[in-house]
Design a binder for this molecule. Structure first.
Ligand code: ADP
Length: 443
């Protein structure tokens, strides 16, 4: 996994570029839809102007028969059943009619009216035009809150959030319209694309993240395995060497009269062999095949003498002075596999001794529903707590370099606890100590 950092960087850059490209695409799409909307709004403004000028002509009394006939081009045939009088024309809703006739023709007519009748018609009626504008916008499905139309001579202080649309009629007349942005409409139109892109981005990011997570995990396991092999080789070599030396001494230099010496050497060999058995048991518990078939031969255990015997063995084994207190009522009985449960307690006490200072004080509290092992050791950093039961995991604290281990003790403990259907919890304070609690929930 030498290239892990490179893969990580390339992935990060790729994801960032993908996100940036997506954002740019969205902004472009937004702007193009906005342009289309502004075109539509401009059309509405154009029609509002047409309606306004027609109304002005009629109101000014200029709508004699000829002029009116010309204006009726903007209405549907059904709307104009023959020539209409001024009153009738005013009542009509022109916008519908104008929407359906040739736009260019209407523009030409309106342009003609503006150019030739402006002096006689007076100032544009902006309120009238705004009303027509609002009505026409609503025909297009737009309902902006604010609508303002400003003529060439007026000024308007408008908020920067309003859309500005300007419609130039001729050199002297330009209408400026300001409306509340139609952002909601645009976002609604884009919603399909937005949702799809967000989903794709999420799936892609989650996929990349998962891939990196797996690669990182594999990398850590590989490092842990290397660590494990190094430590384990040493752990296995030491007891073998001691037992070998003790046996060899007895064989090479036998002294049948010195019973004490023989006993001492044989005890040393036995102790080392029992340590080896514990180690091998831990390693075997790790293999998946074996874990699948690992069955617990449960039997009734009288807890107090059981724990007392383990504590005695641990005290003898310890390479530093340690005080182990047992609090357990005489008649406490639990249902457990004696070999594995004994290994579990040995592992916990062994760790309490290993991960502590020069003087060790351990307390084992037990009753029929719970057993806990507390120590005054170096403690476990909070961020390592979730990992300590993982295979090969060792807390990377500096002062631990002298403590030999291979990171499978607690993994074994957890496997056995799970097999019994129990639970194990750990509380720890750095520099103060740790407490491992086994809860016999199935008891
Ligand atoms: P090992 O002791 O072989 O490293 P374990 O699986 O038994 O492996 O423990 C995992 C890690 O948890 C240890 O490396 C140690 O850092 C930490 N640990 C376990 N028990 C204790 C304890 N009682 N006090 C402090 N740290 C502990």
């Amino acid at each position: 996994m030498k290239h892990f950092k490179l893969i990580l960087t390339v992935t990060r850059i790729t994801i960032t570029l993908l996100f940036a490209a997506n954002v740019i695409f969205m902004v472009k799409l937004y702007n193009s839809i906005k342009e289309r909307y502004i075109d539509d709004v401009e059309q509405c403004l154009r029609r509002a102007d047409q309606i306004e000028i027609v109304d002005r002509i009629i109101n000014a009394g200029l709508g004699d028969e000829d002029n009116v006939v010309r204006l009726q081009l903007g209405l549907q045939k059904s709307d104009t059943d023959g020539a209409m009088g001024t009153e009738e024309l005013l009542e009509k809703d022109y916008s519908q009619g104008y929407r359906r006739v040739d736009k260019q023709l209407i523009s030409i007519i309106t342009g003609y009216l503006h150019d030739n009748y402006a002096d006689q018609l007076g100032k544009p009626n902006l309120a009238n035009m705004e009303e027509a504008f609002r009505r026409d916008l609503s025909f297009s499905g737009f309902y902006p809150e604010e609508i303002h139309i400003i003529g060439p001579e007026d000024t308007f202080e408008y908020g920067s959030d309003l859309w500005h649309i300007s419609y130039r009629i001729n050199d002297v007349l330009t209408y400026n319209a300001y409306i509340s942005p139609l952002t909601d409409h645009i976002l609604k139109e884009m919603s399909g694309v937005i949702v799809t892109s967000v989903l794709i981005a999420l799936v892609l990011t989650a996929g990349f993240w998962y891939l990196l997570h797996i690669i990182n995990r594999l990398r850590t396991i590989e490092e842990m395995k290397d660590d494990f092999t190094n430590n384990m080789t040493h752990e296995l070599k030491t007891p073998i060497a001691i037992a070998y030396a003790a046996n060899d001494a007895l064989l090479q230099f036998p002294d049948p009269h010195d019973e004490q010496r023989t006993k001492k050497y044989l005890t040393a060999a036995l102790e080392q062999l029992s340590k080896l058995t514990g180690l091998v048991e831990n390693i075997l518990a790790m293999s998946m095949e074996r874990r699948k078939h690992l069955t617990m031969a449960k039997e009734k255990i009288n807890l107090r003498p059981f724990l007392a015997s383990i504590i005695e063995q641990q005290k003898l084994r310890a390479d530093k002075p340690c005080e182990i207190t047992l609090n357990c009522a005489e008649d406490t009985v639990i249902n457990a596999d004696p070999t594995h449960f004994s290994n579990v307690i040995s592992n916990l006490i062994d760790n309490s001794i290993k991960y502590s200072g020069d003087t060790v004080s351990i307390t084992v509290n037990a009753d029929s529903s719970v057993v806990s092992v507390s120590d005054n050791g170096i403690g476990i950093p909070p961020k390592s707590l979730p990992d300590i039961f993982n295979k090969f995991y060792r807390v990377p604290h500096g002062n631990r370099s002298d403590v030999r281990g291979y990171g499978i003790g607690l993994f074994y403990v957890k496997s056995i606890i799970d097999r019994h259907g129990w639970r194990i919890e750990v509380e720890s304070k750095l520099g103060k100590g740790s407490r491992f609690t086994i809860k016999f929930t199935e008891q």
